[in-house]
Write a protein that binds this ligand. Structure first.
Ligand code: 5AD
Ligand code: SF4
Length: 483
């Protein structure tokens, strides 16, 4: 039996604490059903909203919840911020430049508020989970009306109601994660591809990363809630789901009353009849043989894995608290390539982590060559206040960091091109997403291996699975012909 949602009245200006967030309070996670209190219904009639989303897929999925709640309150979504009565910034805290972008955006909002005095500016997502952000907003950004974090999206109706009726600034960010709230209405961006949260939070505490503090401890949704959501998507005609979590391979570890793993979930979802399953993000230490075997067994689990390695140096991996070595990583992917020979691997890499020597960096290049990655997100290490690595000596100078990033990117791009080249001449199934952003007369879509294909075709193919013959491979995409 799920409990009904009962919201406690918050105290205004409740701020988060990173050191509190670090303590993993042992408490039983409850599953609560979302509902909108009678009092808040229709507060959005004749009003509009817009959500600007930054960062990872987790934030994209959260924005679908924000939009779902706003639609249910009677607000109408608009795509131009000048027309929005409520403007949300769903923010990312992972690197400093992501944060600076948001401050820049907030800075240029004054004229909008002058033109529309009823406008509410809302800052939510990961940035407000940091004390430093909350203090900054309090002191320097009076134009922001509502601030909330990653754990209290379900309280949006109350915050908006209070901001409008009490005409006060609303600020509430929890240091600790709360319960799992099921049943928040989702306004999905696509009619064929869906994000499905399977768990929240992260317990890994990689020493550079702010996420365990901003997203709280690992909490898995109940298997049946996830399976039912995917079955419902199948009934509605969805073709592809991407399962989401910061470390999906840890799924189920916190489900005390059952022995149920990510591999079990993947297998149960593969049996629902959904045509395509993807998942992200994986942690190399927790990726187990059972999961790889399930991937190999089911044709509807796509042959692509994003497996962030971060570094190829065992010394740096240790300092990053990644809990695996370069050799362990290579062993896992070699097993994966053995059971799924067609697999495409992509990764995340950080260069210039404190203390990274030229030899350490060479180890990373060596790993990239051995792993045959077909793409990667590469980053220069960014110091995040409150994380252990921010206090490490020997931070790397920016010139060296930039040089390493350029060298690495060159190698990664070669892998990208090579990964595309291997499909030349093949007939592949792609899910058509729409018109290409750069070549507008062409349709585009992704293959099972997550390769972007452009081809000529009619609009009616959008949202369908079609067969395309690959005629030419470029570095970033494939060109194909419909067959
Ligand atoms: N600096 C640079 N990159 C980071 N990432 C996470 N934290 C930092 C940081 N402090 C990268 C990691 C992670 C990806 C989502 O972002 O590579 O996998
Ligand atoms: Fe951050 Fe590491 Fe957790 Fe990924 S696994 S979210 S890098 S702490």
């Amino acid at each position: 039996m799920k409990k009904q949602l009962k919201s406690k009245k918050y105290s205004l200006f409740e701020a988060p604490s990173l050191s509190d967030a670090k303590m993993r309070k042992k408490h039983d996670i409850e599953n609560i059903v979302f509902e909108i209190d009678q009092k808040y219904q229709n507060i959005g009639i004749n009003k509009t909203y817009m959500v600007k989303t930054y960062g990872c897929q987790g934030n994209i999925a959260d924005s679908e919840k924000i939009c779902g709640i706003m639609d249910n309150l009677g607000f109408v979504e608009v795509k131009d911020e000048k027309c929005a009565d409520v403007l949300f910034f769903n923010t990312c805290a992972i690197r400093e430049n992501a944060e600076n972008r948001i401050y820049g955006e907030l800075g240029r909002l004054y004229p909008l508020k002058v033109n529309n005095p009823n406008m509410l500016i809302v800052l939510c997502g990961c940035m407000p989970q940091e004390e430093v952000t909350v203090n900054n907003i309090k002191e320097k950004y009076p134009q922001v009306d509502i601030v909330f974090g990653t754990h209290n999206i379900y309280k949006i109706p109350e915050y908006i109601y209070d901001a409008y009726t009490e005409k006060k600034r609303v600020l509430e960010v929890f240091s600790y994660e709360g319960d799992i709230i099921e049943g928040i209405p989702l306004k999905r961006d696509s009619k064929v591809k869906a994000w499905v949260d399977i768990m929240y939070g992260c317990d890994e505490f990689c020493t550079y990363c702010i996420v365990p503090y901003t997203r709280g401890s690992e909490r898995s949704r109940r298997p049946n809630d996830i399976i039912n959501e995917v079955k419902d998507l199948v009934n509605k005609g969805y073709i592809e789901v991407t399962l989401l979590g910061q470390n999906v391979n840890a799924y189920g570890k916190d489900l005390k009353d059952m022995d149920y793993t990510f591999a079990n979930l993947l297998e149960d979802l593969a049996k629902t009849g959904i045509k395509r399953i993807r998942y992200t993000t994986s942690h190399p230490r927790d990726l187990d043989k059972e999961t790889m075997d399930v991937m190999a067994k089911y044709k509807n689990i796509m042959p692509h894995l994003h497996l962030p390695v971060q570094s190829g140096s065992n010394d740096i991996l240790k300092k990053m608290n990644r809990k695996y070595t370069k050799e362990m990583y290579l062993d896992k992917i070699n097993y994966l390539k053995k059971v799924i020979p067609s697999i495409s691997l992509t990764t995340d890499i950080i260069v210039a982590f404190p203390n990274e020597s030229e030899e350490d960096f060479e180890e990373t290049l060596d790993l990239v060559r051995k792993a045959d990655f077909e793409g990667a997100y590469t980053f220069i290490y960014s110091k995040r206040k409150g994380t252990p690595a921010a206090t490490y000596d020997n931070q790397i100078d920016p010139v060296t960091a930039k040089r390493r990033l350029l060298t690495l990117n060159k190698l990664i791009n070669e892998g990208f091109a090579k990964g595309n080249k291997r499909f030349e001449g093949e007939i592949l199934e792609i899910l058509v997403e729409g018109y290409s952003e750069t070549k507008n007369h062409l349709l585009c879509g992704y293959t099972g291996n997550n390769k972007l294909v452009n081809f000529e075709g009619d609009e009616e193919l959008i949202g369908k699975l079609v067969k395309v013959k690959i005629t030419k491979a470029y570095t970033w995409h494939l060109r194909g012909e419909l067959i």
